[in-house]
Each structure stands twice: as C-alpha cells, then as structure tokens.
Design a binder for this molecule. Structure first.
Ligand code: CO
Length: 234
C-alpha cells in the first residue's frame, strides 16, 4: 500500500481518499469522505467513468463489524438511489466512487416494457427483486457461454458483445449482515458476473468482442448532423 500511495501522491488525490488503506480504520476513512472541504465527494450521485482509477482498483472487503453500520447503510442507500435514478439493473460501489465490495442488482418489470419480447426471451431475461450483497462471492454453476450486447453505466454511450456464463451462484451478506445466497441464470447471471468484475477492477471492455464495440447513438449522430450528446447526469 505504501508503494501505491507514494506512486499516486498528488496525482490522484480523490483516488487516495476513496481507497480504504490498510492502516486506516473504516470509521476514520468513512468520516473523511464527509468532512473534507471538497464539494463533491463519494458516495456520488452519478456514475464514475472509465479512466477513473477507482474503477481499476481491487475493492476492499467490508469489515464484518461495519456491515450493519450507518456508514455502510448510507453507501448502500446511495447505490440503490443511483441504480434506480439511472434506470439500470446493477451497480457496484466503485461506480459511485467507493472502493468497497458491495453490489446491488434489480431487474424491474418496467425495464421489460422497453424491450421487444423476442430480445427479452433471447437474452433469457427475468425479473429480479432488489438484491444487495456485501462481500459477495461468485461460483459458476453452468459453464455454457452466451454472447449478447452488454453496456455499463461507467462506459456511458457504448455497448459491445460480451460472453458470459449461463448460470452462477452468488453469496454474501445483506444489509443486516445475514447470509444470502442466490442461484441465477441467463441475464441475471450476466448482471452478477458484470458487477463482480467491477469489484476486481475489471470492465466489460477488457474482455468484449472488440469488433462489436458500438456507440449506442451512432444512428442519431447521422440523423441529427452530429448534434447528439451523451449525458453523464440524470
Ligand atoms: Co458496469
């Protein structure tokens, strides 16, 4: 950690403040997120974007004694708030600038309305109630791979085909610290694999089919003579 701090000193100040250094107590680290003079500190109300060092760090384990704390609850609440605000299906804590092993997933019925029945079926989509997992662990239960277009709110405005396993088992603890285990298949298994990658500093662009990397608004760029913007806020 010392080497890392030395290397990054001055260059990525925010990165330093969002990483849980081994020498810091969780509470002390959390406190400085809120007491600093900076105007916008994590947990953010927006998604961090590719290039942000927080998305490349291996997120820290949440200490067991801190799972059911007001600090972790506030981070989880903010994750759920951002997940729903941006109308997406999964979020990992580094995506709001917090380098901790926490994910939230939710596949709401309303998302189905924006998709054709054919693609909903082809992608093996199904509803998934809000699931928060702290310190999650994933094991593959079905090694059949499926390739589908995938996006990420931290790679805003793009998508690409990504291969994912068909079935996984994911376990961790919930907000109250109770052991939680889920068996997922199809699209929900994909969401779990995608969010787990975030905790290890990986993005889908690391293992996508590069030839399929697509700007999601490329057609609008043509029809609107280039007058198209990708918003990072909502
Ligand atoms: Co993502």
């Amino acid at each position: 950690m010392l080497l890392k701090l030395h290397k990054l000193c001055g260059k990525h100040e925010r990165y330093l403040s969002t990483s849980l250094a081994a020498s810091q107590s969780f509470r002390k680290w959390y406190q400085q997120l809120w007491t600093t003079k900076r105007t916008n500190m994590p947990p953010y109300g927006h998604f961090t974007q590719i290039g942000d060092p927080v998305l490349r760090d291996r997120a820290a384990v949440v200490p067991a004694e801190c799972v059911d704390s007001k600090e972790v609850h506030a981070i989880v609440d903010q994750m759920v708030h951002v997940l729903r605000k941006y109308d997406c299906v999964g979020i990992a804590a580094p995506q709001i600038g917090v380098s901790l092993r926490i994910i939230a997933m939710e596949f709401r019925r309303s998302i189905k309305q924006d998709l054709s029945e054919a693609s909903y079926k082809a992608r093996q989509m199904s509803e998934l109630p809000l699931t928060v997992l702290i310190n999650p662990k994933l094991t593959v239960t079905n090694y059949t791979k499926h390739k589908h277009p995938e996006g990420c709110m931290s790679v805003r405005g793009f998508s690409a085909d990504v291969e994912r396993y068909e079935g996984v088992k994911i376990s961790g603890v919930n907000r109250q610290g109770a052991h939680t285990e889920l068996v997922l298949s199809g699209w929900n298994a994909r969401i779990a694999q995608h969010e787990m990658d975030h905790l290890d500093g990986k993005l889908y662009t690391d293992h996508m089919d590069r030839s399929t990397f697509t700007c999601t608004c490329w057609e609008a760029v043509n029809t609107k003579s280039g007058r198209v913007e990708i918003p990072f806020y909502k």
